[in-house]
Design a protein around this ligand. Structure first.
Ligand code: UDX
Length: 432
């Protein structure tokens, strides 16, 4: 099939490359000329495992091209995916101006039947607005369908998530649109759930909000475990063995970050509010998430007594492993607070240092965990990169000023590290 993808951001690039990989002819369009030039020279603007190879292969085989010409790509395509950004406005609502703009451009350019798919995360009722806007600017008076097909791609495993989804959600109002979307996704051999447009839109916000709530729930349990002298890892294991609960997303720690959960939870609260519902549960999820960061800083203060002029080493800056993404990373709030109190910060992250440099100032960026630990009064684990799980702890201990390990992601066994002579503090476990 011929497909246009509007937006060469995170979602757009992965969507374009993966649809090309399963045999479609895809044009990925962006207004950012320098981004398109880079992509045409084989430079991928984001770090996503496997994406570079997929882009290179499909460009070579002429199934994937990059362009700034939205108009011509619309004319050539049967299906157009809207993958432009929907960033949060100051009040937490999603800014839909890019979506509106693309919808208008599609309407003006299209000269034959098109399926127009919203893939960007949008508030419920956006589909209706897109339909209205396209009708208003549909100068060639052509037939069209709008579909909601939310993405559930995790950073760091987006290509794999696209190729092997748990489910594909398609909100459509016509048989023709449903058939087109079904044919498009057929090579993936995945479970497809057909719904109306509004339900599909809500599935996206509800799923992310539920996952965020699951994380805050286990973090609340972690705090209770600390107070009671229990072990949250065991509690999570015991809960997770119940199939209805499941064991994933029950890792206690310094809380969720990234561009999706914080933004989507905030947006969903606003959506509910506008519809007349006070989403108190989701507000509590946010509150607990914010508390985890403060609580972690308190642990550091309690352990060091005076933070001022102490050297604090940090392992991990990205909001989660296998990404260089720093957006809404817990590390930002934690480091800012420690710096405000006068700590000297040294940090190492396998991928995120480049992006961190534009957000966090006055940090000594190190090129390995041992340099970050050197002469430190405390070493913090803020992201659970695999590299940290196998670090030589004896070497770490030998270079630190004081062997204090404060683990915000519970990557070590408390007994093991204590046996090596560390003072060890973690999340929701005994002997903190
Ligand atoms: C998420 C959704 O998973 C994805 O479906 C959606 O499309 C975009 O948002 P992503 O932001 O890439 O994906 O991150 P994810 O892997 O889901 O993790 C989100 C955050 O939760 C991270 O900060 C992670 O550290 C945290 N987390 C996750 C926990 O604190 N504990 C857990 O048990 C799981």
């Amino acid at each position: 099939m011929k497909i246009a993808v509007a937006g060469a951001g995170y979602v757009g690039l992965v969507t374009a490359a993966c649809f090309a990989e399963i045999g479609n002819n895809v044009i990925c369009v962006d207004i950012d000329e320098s981004k398109i030039n880079h992509l045409n020279n084989g430079v991928i603007p984001i770090y996503e495992p496997g994406l570079d190879k997929l882009v290179a292969k499909n460009r070579k085989e002429n199934r994937l091209e990059f362009s700034t010409d939205l108009k011509s790509s619309i004319k050539q395509s049967e299906v157009i995916f809207i993958c432009v950004g929907t960033p949060p406005k100051d009040n937490g609502e999603a800014d839909l101006s890019y979506v509106e703009n693309v919808a208008r451009m599609i309407a003006e350019a299209m000269d034959s039947y098109k399926v127009i798919v919203e893939k960007s995360t949008v508030p419920v009722e956006t589909g209706e607005k897109v339909v209205k806007s396209i009708r208003a600017y549909n100068i060639h008076k052509v037939d069209f369908d709008v579909v909601s097909n939310p993405e559930f791609l995790r950073e760091g495993s987006a290509v794999n998530d696209f190729m092997h989804p748990d489910r594909i959600v398609i909100g459509a109002e016509s048989e023709k649109a449903r058939e087109t979307m079904k044919a498009l996704y057929q090579p993936l051999n995945a479970k497809i759930l057909f719904t109306d447009i509004k339900s599909a839109e809500i599935i996206k916000h509800a799923s992310n909000s539920f996952l965020a709530t699951k994380i805050s729930f286990i973090n609340a349990i972690a705090n209770i475990c600390e107070l009671a002298g229990a072990d949250v890892e065991k509690v999570a294991e015991g809960m997770g063995l119940d199939k209805r609960i499941g064991k994933s997303f029950l890792n206690a720690g310094i809380g969720y970050g990234g561009f999706c959960f914080p933004k989507d939870a905030e947006a969903f609260i606003k959506i509910a509010e506008k519809l007349g519902y006070d989403f108190r549960l989701l507000k509590a999820t946010q509150e607990i998430n914010n508390f985890q960061r403060k609580n972690f800083v308190e642990k550091i203060e309690n352990a060091l007594w005076i933070v001022k002029n102490k050297t604090i080493g940090i392992l991990g800056l990205a909001f989660k492993p296998n990404t260089d993404d720093m957006r809404f990373a817990p590390s930002i709030d934690i480091i800012n607070e420690l710096q405000r109190e006068g700590a000297k910060i040294k940090a190492y992250d396998p991928e995120a240092a480049g992006k961190a440099k534009s957000i966090l100032n006055n940090i000594e960026y190190c090129t390995n965990p041992y340099d970050a630990a050197k002469e430190a009064d405390a070493l913090l684990i803020l992201t659970e990169w695999d590299e940290f799980k196998t670090v030589d702890l004896n070497r770490i201990k030998s270079v630190m000023k004081h062997p204090l390990l404060i683990d915000g992601r519970n990557i070590f066994d408390p007994e093991d590290v204590k046996r090596l002579g560390f003072s060890y503090i973690s999340m929701g476990r005994k002997d903190n």
